[in-house]
Design a protein around this ligand. Structure first.
Ligand code: NAD
Length: 278
């Protein structure tokens, strides 16, 4: 049975499924099969990006699935080298062609790249992309407070989303508070810490999983959901993708949530948006 996934209301009035499936580092040759498995498992929200090189595979899986377009929520992202006005217009057209879609549900600026100083100009282009009907909602990723403040002050659109590295040992409390104040929903990338540290062995997670009779990954996903965060873990394995969506039959208690909240340790596993130059 397809699990019923809660939605989050964005500041532009549109709804986003709170749990989805991410395809970072999914091999382009395997993407169609893996995304087909994810759709079969019940995922309806897919998170890709131009730089992942797998938009065509995502598009083929969508087309083959026969799932009505209005039941899917598709996100893609504008890569850093495409920041600027005309290059952003060209980039969305290419992404849509690869995905085989007329529009995406959400289009994000992938990184601010403050050294380029083009993200405000790019944001104004994103507004035009939305107004042209090529993206229903627009947002950003890896934007810090100063970057958000600059685009909010310089445009007429508050981003619907900021997609950030976020997991139990890197909880982004200040940016989440800023988002809550301004109506910007927060998405977590690397929600399982990308497997780069022993998240699943930490007592607050492992003991909670044992007590409830679920896996540590399910506990972490549940922590994100109960924290109001939008999340789309990635897995190539159909067993794991099924387990990762099977998180609506249990709840973490306030004490179990607090124990995971206490794990925050500034443990970034990806690049720092202030200094990233890729
Ligand atoms: P993730 O935290 O989802 O971790 C993925 C890793 O966890 C994989 O190695 C997988 O094998 C393992 N895993 C998945 N389910 C598991 C389970 N049930 N048990 C044990 N291990 C499990 O990391 P991610 O893929 O980097 O992040 C999720 C999505 O976020 C990406 O696929 C992508 O869509 C997005 N993302 C965005 C950015 C950005 O800059 N905006 C950066 C990275 C990722």
């Amino acid at each position: 049975m397809t699990p019923s996934i809660p939605t989050v209301k964005l500041n532009d009035g549109h709804d986003i499924p709170q749990l989805g499936f991410g395809v970072f580092k999914v091999d382009p040759d395997e993407t169609e099969r893996i995304v087909s498995d994810a759709l079969e498992a019940g995922y309806r929200h897919l998170d890709t990006a131009a730089i992942y090189g797998n938009e065509e595979g995502v598009g083929r899986a969508i087309a083959k699935s026969g799932i009505p377009r209005d039941e899917l929520f598709i996100t893609t992202k504008l890569w850093n080298s495409d920041q600027g006005t005309q290059s952003a217009f060209d980039a969305i057209d290419l992404s849509l062609e690869k995905l085989g879609l007329d529009s995406v549900n959400l289009y994000l600026i992938h990184w601010p790249r403050p050294d380029l100083d083009r993200y405000l100009e790019t944001w104004l282009a994103m507004e035009q992309i939305r107004d042209a009907g090529k993206a229903t909602s627009i947002g950003v990723s890896n934007f810090h407070r100063s970057h958000l403040e600059k685009i909010i002050a310089g445009s007429s659109t508050v981003p619907a989303i900021d997609q950030l590295e976020l997991h139990p040992t890197f909880q982004q409390r200040e940016l989440r508070a800023f988002g809550a104040e301004h109506g910007i929903a927060i998405e977590a990338w690397g929600p399982l810490g990308q497997g780069k540290y022993d998240l699943f062995g930490m007592p607050a997670i492992a003991e909670t999983a044992a007590a409830i009779g679920v896996t540590p990954a399910q506990v972490v996903i549940r922590w994100h959901l109960q924290s109001g965060i939008i999340v789309f873990p990635k897995s190539n394995s159909s067993d794991r993708m099924r387990a990762n969506i099977d998180v609506f039959g249990f709840e973490l208690s306030p004490e179990q949530m607090a124990a995971i909240d206490a794990l925050d340790a500034g443990n970034r596993v990806g690049s720092d948006p202030e200094t990233a130059t890729f």
